[in-house]
Design a protein around this ligand. Sequence first.
Ligand SMILES: *Cc1c(COP(=O)(O)O)cnc(C)c1O
Length: 395
Amino acid sequence: MSVAAGREFLAIPGPTVIPDAVLAAMQRPAIDIYAGAAVALTEGLLADLKKIFRTEGRVYIYAANGHGAWEAALTNVLSRGDKVLVLESGRFAIGWGEAATMLGAQVEILPGDFRCAVRPEAVEARLKADSKREIKAILVTQIDTASGVVNDIAAISKAIRAAGHDALLLVDTVASLGCVPFEMDAWGVDLAMAGSQKGLMSPPGVGFTAAGPRALAAHKKADMRSPYWDWTFRDGEQHYHTYCGTPPEHLLFGLRAALDMMFAEGLDAVFTRHRLLAEATRRAVSVWAEGQTIAFNVTEPSERCDTVTAIVTRNGESTQPLIDYARDKCGVVLGRALGTSYGKGFRIAHMGHCNAPMLFGALGSVEMALAALNLPHGRNGVAAAVEFLAKSVPA
Ligand SMILES: *Cc1c(COP(=O)(O)O)cnc(C)c1O
């Protein structure tokens, strides 16, 4: 028996649900890549991406996923042998650091915890101890999609300045850009990277770097540069240079439609919607957690992010039956737990193109799975989510 027929609902934290308007925008012939509409499309995207990164710096668009944009960020500003400090708060900064190691950087991890945000005091202390100023760059994620942690990038940047250190601050915004506030220039971020398929509601395959003045200066001396990622080449005069070859036109048509939707809603309204849907999710999870079987991965409530909620089992029990049930019986695809809680938890995405019925559908299906599988849980978690939104969204 199953009630899964109909459109499957993707609640994994990337790729996220692609709006119909974005899908429709891609249903068209290819166009000339040298002049006219394609050039105008690029100019518009670059100007609008600056508004989303909140920077006066330069944005570069790659035919690449997040891993590609990681490599673009590193190779443009580092030299082989440079020391890089990775701020651990889950899985993704570690992965970025692994890429840096393969590219020839010397990587040190500032140890964190899979259930906590980066501690700015620890960053300051480590940088103060770096008396020879060997650390050239710091890698951190704003939201770690595996742990569900949100890091305070402004506070980390302040800690770097408090230590009197001049390392570049590189931030992964793949799971946060266009969902929660990010202030590249105001927070003193030198280089940010992102991808198309999470908060930006677009198909996977487009990556971004946004570079501020200090990153652009470091670029001039960097020796890790390689042809495809290279900013200098991409600064060339022809449209062809901007993408180091043929632009991924259809993905860009889709991205254009997605950005149009975001600006039509208003970025502040987009952030508010994410905050409300995330809090509704947390209200439901808090109730379910009363059954003592599941818990939030992130222990400190203020460190739980607004784009994905990571849930773990208290006794290390597998959540595969719950994930299978939600998919096969309800038509909701939940995210698996990654990192140290691999297999022993699940994640509910509420990122990008998500509204109340979509979230209620996912939460209702989780509650149905908890009940059908006889997993002890507090009753009426969905009702708590509904009640919270009813109070927060006045008539
Ligand atoms: C998804 C994700 C990535 C990796 O992106 P891919 O497109 O899968 O390569 C990197 N960082 C964060 C924070 C992510 O959520």
